[in-house]
Design a protein around this ligand. Sequence first.
Ligand SMILES: Nc1ncnc2c1ncn2[C@@H]1O[C@H](COP(=O)(O)OP(=O)(O)O)[C@@H](O)[C@H]1O
Ligand SMILES: [Mg+2]
Length: 237
Amino acid sequence: MNDTEKSIAPILTVRGLKKSFHSGRKVIEVLHGVNLNLHAGELTLLMGPSGSGKSTFLAAISGLQRPDEGQIMYRSNDIWENDTKGIDRYRLRNCGFIFQSVHLVNCLTARQQVIFLQEQAGIEPDKALKRADQAIEEVGLTSRAHLMPSELSGGEQQRVAIARTLAMRPKLIFADEPTSSLDSITGRRIVELLQIAARRHGAMVLCVTHDERIRDVADRIINIEDGNIFEATKHVE
Ligand SMILES: Nc1ncnc2c1ncn2[C@@H]1O[C@H](COP(=O)(O)OP(=O)(O)O)[C@@H](O)[C@H]1O
Ligand SMILES: [Mg+2]
């Protein structure tokens, strides 16, 4: 495999993904056998109306919720073929998460939040500090890093959560509706940060959203409708 082939090979390959939920005696199939290739260095938006299966899809490919059928290949391994420990390892080592509701620790400053998660993951203190300061700078919060969550706006809190994720240097970043509680300018800024994570750090970033305001920031847009996925636009180079 030469370098060009390597760079276009998908980092995550999804094949035949199916997931149903039981509601009383009814079975609702949410994903009908979804196929998708996801690439490093790209910000992909997965768009679809509420209830279309976006979060279910994200949970299955990030090792949060087991699908009924299908393969999710990461580095030639089907993640769901692993035992529970192996799935936890996949998630903890490779995946970063950003959700709509930001869960910060009330008694830690912005900077301490970003250091804390790294310490939990066993990253040495010196390295954790350096990475934290770099990530905080990337999200534009250096001058606010000493503040507590209660002193930060919603958008700033979301940026702390992104810095916390970026500092872990995940290869795969999953964002579920990260902009829906933000105004459009703040929301756009958040998605631009996700784009930086893809471009500068080479991460695969999948952002699940029904926020039409952020379409033009994406490298690629995928639609999900009735449990199937289709490409909405060509790749933007
Ligand atoms: N744990 C669950 N139990 C039962 N039904 C669920 C569960 N999770 C999701 N669903 C159903 O699956 C469908 C898709 O949900 P979801 O993936 O959350 O959609 P989206 O993120 O696009 O809004 C919805 O009809 C939802 O009610
Ligand atoms: Mg959802």
